[in-house]
Design a protein around this ligand. Structure first.
Ligand SMILES: Cc1cc2nc3c(=O)[nH]c(=O)nc-3n(C[C@H](O)[C@H](O)[C@H](O)COP(=O)(O)O)c2cc1C
Length: 372
């Protein structure tokens, strides 16, 4: 199966099947968001109509702290999907990532399905995407072509060794990966985001990624789309018993998104993806340390319908975020970053066993003076 065929198969499986992680503890989601409470402010003393959601992220202005996470391109049928997503990003003033550009680096006739994103979103923050396992194969020249293809503001290097380990054609040689990332961070013409894809990033790897020169970390935590899950369905279709078995065993493997945000919040911006399903999840992520959030799976079905459905879905998330900000008395995204949160249950246990002081989130104070 070609890279291009695999991309369209992934997209369709994500709408036809339940591909989310489903590890629940005491009924809580695997992402850990149900273990995190924002503290209600009964006297917010701000006007909800004066909330400011804008922020500067990696040199560009976003009208809300939301990115359409890296998803697709690389098959002719994905052009319409990327059109819907990029038109929505432009309309709402948010950022957008494209899916892995591998198919277009290997076959330039696929470039169209990526180029359309810059055509339709001339002002948006757009980031490219390539797998860590392909860095040496493509070299800096290949990556510069990927940057040029979409006028990228940044390039995401994705880490997906869980998925690679489950698919029979997977690239499981992870040696030299960090060195290759370091080289790209030093030599590429745009800043680099190092991105997981559903299994999360822990503190020591976040430090290594930061030391390698990455400009941002996308933690891609456990709790949303499970790539082991997607591979399970692919394996079942072709009757591959081994991949089917491995996919089911590792369906819920990884570091929950909430935990990974805390583990990875060091000195460079953190993008939270993996199970962001509402504006309340966005607010919690930012209060835990993330700068922005990425949403993938909830936008797949709307994107297959068209721009309006994508915009409607994202507006709901933005409106939820606004209510959460109002009810925590946070007028700006910066203030939300210092909103108090209480972390309980499994997420608290996980963080405390890993040496993090969960009490510090509950004690956090707003840093900016309020104005009415
Ligand atoms: C259909 C689909 C395709 C994806 N393709 C890519 C990809 O090519 N590169 C990548 O880095 N992540 C890819 N992802 C992962 C997302 O960017 C995101 O990290 C992950 O799905 C978790 O977010 P979610 O729970 O909102 O889906 C894809 C996700 C989906 C749903």
């Amino acid at each position: 199966m070609t890279t291009s065929d695999r991309k369209i198969e992934h997209l369709l499986l994500c709408v036809e099947k339940d591909v989310e992680a489903h590890r629940t503890y005491f009924g809580q989601r695997a992402s850990g968001f149900d273990d995190v409470d924002l503290v209600h402010d009964c006297l917010p003393e701000i006007n909800k109509k004066s909330l400011e959601l804008e922020l500067e992220f990696m040199g560009k202005k976003l009208r809300a702290p939301i990115l359409i996470a890296s998803m697709t391109g690389g098959h002719p049928d994905t052009k319409a999907v990327n059109t819907a997503l990029s038109c929505a990003a432009e309309e709402l003033g948010i950022g957008i990532g494209v899916g892995s550009q591998r198919a277009a680096i290997e076959d330039p006739s696929m470039e169209d399905s990526f180029r359309i994103v810059r055509d339709k979103a001339p002002n948006a923050f757009i980031y490219g995407n390539v797998g860590a396992a392909q860095l040496n194969e493509f070299g800096i020249d290949g990556l510069e072509r990927a940057v040029e293809m979409i006028g990228a503001d940044a390039m995401a290097i994705h880490l997906n060794f869980l998925q690679e380990a489950i698919q029979p054609e997977g690239n499981v040689n992870a040696t030299g990966c960090l060195e290759a990332i370091k080289k790209v961070c030093t030599e590429l013409s745009v800043p680099v985001i190092v991105k997981e894809t559903g299994a999360g990033i822990s503190h020591s790897q976040a430090v290594a990624i930061c030391d390698a020169g990455a400009a941002a970390i996308d933690i891609g935590g456990l709790g949303g789309t499970s790539w082991a899950g997607v591979e399970t369905f692919r394996a079942q279709k072709r009757g591959d018993m081994l991949s089917d078995h491995l996919g089911r065993q590792f369906w819920n493997w990884g570091i929950p998104t909430t935990v990974s945000i805390v583990e990875s919040t060091i000195s460079i911006p953190v993008i939270a993806t993996g199970g962001i399903r509402s504006g309340i999840d966005v607010a919690k992520s930012i209060a835990l340390g993330a700068s922005v959030c990425g949403v993938a799976l909830p936008l797949v079905a709307p994107a297959l319908k068209g721009e309006k459905d994508v915009v409607d879905k994202l507006i709901l998330i933005i409106e939820e975020l606004k209510v959460a900000m109002f009810l925590t008395g946070c007028r700006t995204i910066e203030e939300l970053g210092s909103a108090p949160v209480v972390v309980s249950s499994k997420t608290r246990e996980f963080l405390e066993q890993r040496g993090f002081d969960t009490g510090r989130f509950a004690r956090k104070k707003k840093i900016m003076e309020r104005s009415n």
